[in-house]
Design a protein around this ligand. Sequence first.
Ligand code: GDP
Ligand code: CA
Length: 320
Amino acid sequence: MLAGGVGGARFALGLRDATAAADDIRIVANVGDDVWLAGVKVCPDLDSLLYALAGVGDTERGWGRAGESERVAAELTAYGVGWPWFTLGDLDLGTHLARSAMLRDGATLTEATARLAARWPIGATLLPATDDEVPTHVVTDEGTMHFEEWWVRTRAQVPARRFVQHGLERSRISPAARAVIADADVILLAPSNPVVSIGTILGIPGVRDALETATAPIVGVSPIIGGRAVRGMAAACLDTIGVEADAAAVAAHYGARSRGGLLDGWLLAEEDAGSLERVEALGIRAAARPLWLTAGEPAAQVARDALELSAAVRASAPAG
Ligand code: GDP
Ligand code: CA
């Protein structure tokens, strides 16, 4: 699966619950939100996925570690280091320190992520989409800022003119991400932010190519429910690229694989069942199901429905 943070983590938990232990879940994660802060490398989406799968995330706040304390963050603020509105909890800082130490010792982000994940039986392989740095910046009338500053400090309230991933042209898909895409039986797009999560992954040179040549069906899960980007501010990102916060509009943005786009299938919310025909008319097989990723059975059922749609795509594909 390709994934961002929160939507990615909720869907990943559902997928793990829905599949057998022998099934091999490989997650190619967005790294566009990554930032060096107070001397350490923070990877918000990889960490959301890691903490959720490890069962150590703060499910109430929706980010960071459960049982967190913030003594170090208070010291950093007293020194005027870092972003006071971007709290790095003590346990979370342990992750960033460990990751940064590994990177400074010469590990790739893929290797560092594997070593962090090895601490817990997470039941999935976590892979950054690239080992290169592709930090997303937001161009606004108040200046250009890192994506996390726009997202967390301004709560996406300052209109974003453009998103720019620094270093994107020079980046490469990681060899491990390329291999798992080529090798996959099914490729799922988590219901993650289509612009700054999935969009950033797709923009990394080599990713589109890997997806185009993959033999697996590609099925996306809609991040839109009832014409709204739920749990967050993703609508502001869609607005910037001129895509409506609408299940069919997002499907059209990804495009049909048979017509040079990405998707073989699109699972949309039952609330958006009225868009089924519009999606099918794009050349994308569609189904409408409950898409609220509530922990436990509901999230697992979303994953089963996505896998069922993948199987239907495969069954209808011409032989060879
Ligand atoms: P981020 O990196 O933390 O912003 O998280 P992602 O990019 O992975 O996902 C954010 C998106 O997930 C939101 O914009 C929503 O559209 C979507 N999302 C969140 N909760 C749900 C849910 O319960 N169901 C579905 N279908 N989408 C959701
Ligand atoms: Ca993110």
